[in-house]
Design a protein around this ligand. Sequence first.
Ligand code: 1YM
Length: 640
Amino acid sequence: MNDNQHYDASDIQVLEGLEAVRKRPGMYIGTTDVKGLHHLVWEIVDNSIDEALAGFCNNIEIVINKDNSITVKDNGRGIPVGIHAKTGLSTVETVYTVLHAGGKFGGGGYKVSGGLHGVGASVVNALSSWVTVTVYKDGKIHEVKFANGGKTIQKLEVIGECEVERTGTTVTFKPDPEIFDTDIYDYETLKTRTRELAFLNKGLSLTLRDDRDLEDTTGEKFYYEGGISEYVKYLNKNRTAIHEQIIHLEGEEEGIIFEVAMQYNSGYTDSIYSFVNNINTHDGGTHEEGVRRALTRIINNYARKNNILKEKDDSLTGEDVKEGLTMIVSCKHPNPQFEGQTKGRLGNSEVRKLADNVFAEGFERFLMENPEEAKIIVDKTMTAARARVAAKKARELTRRKSDLDVVNFGGKLVDCKEKDPKICEIFLVEGDSAGGSAIKGRDSMTQAILPLRGKILNVEKARIDRALSNEEIRTIITAFGTGIGNEFDLEKLRYDKIIIMTDADVDGSHIRVLLLTLFYRFFRPIVEAGHVYAAQPPLFCIKHGKTIKYVLNEEERDSYLASLNPNTKYDIARMKGLGEMDAEELNETTMDINTRILRKITVDDLIAADEIFSKLMGDEVEPRREFIEQNAVYVQNLDI
Ligand code: 1YM
């Protein structure tokens, strides 16, 4: 509002802008669940990171306050406080109340915000019940306050003095409960991204503190001198690196900064993650393509030059050279073009060449200067190539099988009658005996049963050719119908729900984790599309009068018993394992769509999931033991 307390045209425009955000928050922050809630934090932090990328800030603090409001504080220049020519308001008030059509009007620099391009502050303001912005600048402390979805309740004013050297911006906001389904921040989620931002911006210190917890007063500080090199080291910490040095290459051209860090480990899967302006480019793009192309070319050149690869030999492929590779690719671009349905792909074509050049030149030099490490790396890729040839043969076997009638699975899969995948489900059942009961107890129209004998091969530790020679795994691949690797096709999935049905004991959870590892490494799109579930067989059965109640765990048992009339004389029994239940019990407790409890398996954060899988299934024993100890016996709440 202007000074004489009447709305003028620009006030109305401002209010309409923020009102639009409140009407359709999804358009600006995706969702209004806990994910959207966290999004607000990153919109504010992004402004601090922009300031860091511009070279004016090296310290950012994030605090979850007692009331679930958030404070973000940086030591940058401070948002400008002078009057903004276009709006007639102070610049800081403008930044928080005007929804600009694209482009931060400060101009220049790298915009880190993926979708919002500098309108983040006003979006956060629109979706908050109150916001306070404090700017330290020119020896003065300036403050402006907003409330009720972005209305200015205190114009910018000087509230005190500070040392002239002290500069920076502090923002505190409280998400509006009318907009969000929840107001509870998850510390671990904020921590993962805070750490990632520290890895991606070397030399920048980020601190996260949780003031909801009285004991935590210092918070956790993330600061990495080595940047993405330390990220690679971190990702490989549960794996066995096969060469000591982490290869770190960097280059800049016309304001585009390109950086890559990599190290091979003894495993068979790759962990390659790429970023543009700190945003994860899930679907790769030109920066990643440039590196992959150069990696394949340089290793082939080196192997041929040194006669490791003979004239008659086929060249190594992109698949061969990425086996066991952990790599972070990071690009900072003043004008990134994000493409694809989820905007997860970098499109700028000039980056492909820059990435290729920087990588090729640096990696070639590394191989020449480090012949021992070069030999280890080239040997690894040669072994991968031999395994690829063997895997091709094994894959042809599964393909031939899938051409046959699907009932022909060596008698193992008991398929459902219905053919429409949308209403079909498949149960992967631990053991023949539970498998037998499941076959009898199922709805044979829509429920298929695949009994699994013994343990599934750990694909984290086995190369694809060995995995494909494992009968259990071959049956699963054929039953799903999608194929794997380059031939994977989600459209061909034969079931809407894939339900893992294992006992609620240590063996059962082990099999579940092995299956999840298999899905995560070979069938990731099936997990991403939300087709994978874990059945939850109950642990206790409580009978009183004619009522039978199944409960999942001790906690539920106790709260159910507490809810009963104290005079109820009841019967409580620990449930048998799946294998000991008869068909009817199994149906009622675990399979019937009306009474069963399923838990959807989600891959929320690929990098976090990668870390958990390598920990659970990789070479190092100690981190696995620690993880399992910390996460209870049943690994029940592992949402991976
Ligand atoms: C805790 C949130 O917003 N820091 C921040 C924001 C800005 C600046 C510095 C800044 C930018 C520029 C010049 C520039 C912003 N300024 C603007 C705008 N922290 C936080 N720190 N001087 C200061 O980009 O030229 C928008 S954000 F537009 F006003 F310049």
